[in-house]
Design a protein around this ligand. Structure first.
Ligand code: KG4
Ligand code: ZN
Length: 333
């Protein structure tokens, strides 16, 4: 039997999870509401909040899994990419825990973990599969050949898809993080109400900064004609923005599937919680006869269950690291 403790602290969620023989028994997430006051994550405040949350979050995860901390066989932690001060808290905790309990330490790449969240529950994708990983910091199309053998096929040249949602929300006077709110308002809006441009970017790369500017200019022009434009049209604006972001993402995914001939297609990361993206991917999948894999909501945004499951796969391979390990703000899949 293998009991893994997973620790995630790359951004603004402190999370701990217990995985027993590949099954997730707990996944506790402590969010940080403080950042809403600043319109985005403030790194210094995030580190301090991680430091406050980490012990109670780990205790809660151990309690909920109904195990004793002496039973844990290995500790897996997010090494990067992410905010360095935040990563340092999780890394230092994991190192101290492993040292004190004389158990192995496992480093996990956060972007790989978002993808490996697909191995928490059935149905699990068969290799190779394509994964569109869309979060607040990244937008990537990855060819997943094996658990830790991943090839980056395309990525954003500027803003991430989550940033496109969050920056648009700011233009629309919605609080941070705006992605879930745009999703909510879009449900009552007309996606064809406002025409927004689709950037022409080569290969499998993305760009979202032009879209953000186009939205800003459109709102400014409309507000000149009607100062109450946003109050009166919020659902239509949100639906139009969401529909354009989704079409940019899925057109590239369609291109990747065509180029590689791979028909197992997954999405991962915070933006994969978006209902428009989930619905459109399912529709595209049935049109092109793909096997589509969409994570449960709780495994889309940052969580430690994905770290624990990735850690479990490394545990099976005896893939451990020493106490000299340091976190990295930048890491590739
Ligand atoms: O993966 P994640 O939790 O953190 C990072 O690693 O970045 O992703 C957070 C991002 C934020 O930009 C947030 O606005 C976006 O995911 N997000 C959504 C939705 N839920 C979260 N974007 C659109 N629709 C949603 N339902
Ligand atoms: Zn993430």
């Amino acid at each position: 039997m293998a009991i893994i403790l997973g620790i995630e602290s790359s951004c603004d969620e402190t999370s701990a999870s217990i995985c027993i023989d590949g099954e997730i028994k707990s996944n506790i997430i402590a969010g940080q509401a403080i950042h809403a006051n600043y319109g985005g994550v403030v790194p210094e405040l995030a580190s301090r909040a991680h430091q406050q949350h980490i012990i109670p979050t780990v205790d809660h995860a151990i309690q909920q899994a109904k195990i004793h901390k002496n039973d844990i066989d290995a500790v897996a932690f997010t090494r990067g990419p992410g905010l360095l001060g935040s990563l340092l808290v999780g890394t230092s905790f994991a190192k101290a825990f492993a040292l004190a309990r004389h158990i192995p330490l496992i480093e996990v790449n956060h972007m790989q973990a978002h993808i490996l969240a697909h191995f928490i529950d059935e149905p699990k994708p068969a290799f190779p599969f394509l994964c569109l990983t869309v979060s607040g910091g990244h937008t990537q199309i990855v060819l997943v050949k094996d658990f830790f053998d991943m090839e980056l096929l395309g990525q954003t040249l500027d803003d991430a898809a989550g940033e496109a949602f969050d920056k648009t929300a700011k233009i629309l006077n919605l609080p941070y993080p705006g992605g879930p709110l745009i999703d909510k308002y879009a449900k009552d809006g007309n996606p064809d109400a406002f025409k927004l441009p689709e950037p022409q970017i080569a290969d499998l790369d993305f760009s979202f900064s032009g879209l953000k500017t186009a939205i800003l200019y459109m709102v400014q022009a409309q507000e000149k004609l009607n100062p109450d434009f946003l109050q009166e049209n919020l659902p239509d604006v949100c639906a139009s923005v969401q529909s354009r972001i989704v079409s940019i993402l899925l057109n590239k995914l369609k291109k990747a599937a065509k180029q590689t001939g791979v028909t197992n297609v997954a999405i991962a990361g915070g933006v994969s919680a978006n209902s428009g993206l989930r619905e459109s991917l399912l529709a595209m999948g049935s049109r092109y006869q793909w096997n589509v894999f969409i994570p449960k909501f709780e495994y889309c945004t940052d969580n430690a269950a994905m770290i624990a499951i990735a850690g479990y796969q490394k545990y099976l391979k005896n893939d451990f690291v020493g106490q000299d390990i340091a976190p990295l703000a930048r890491m590739h899949v």
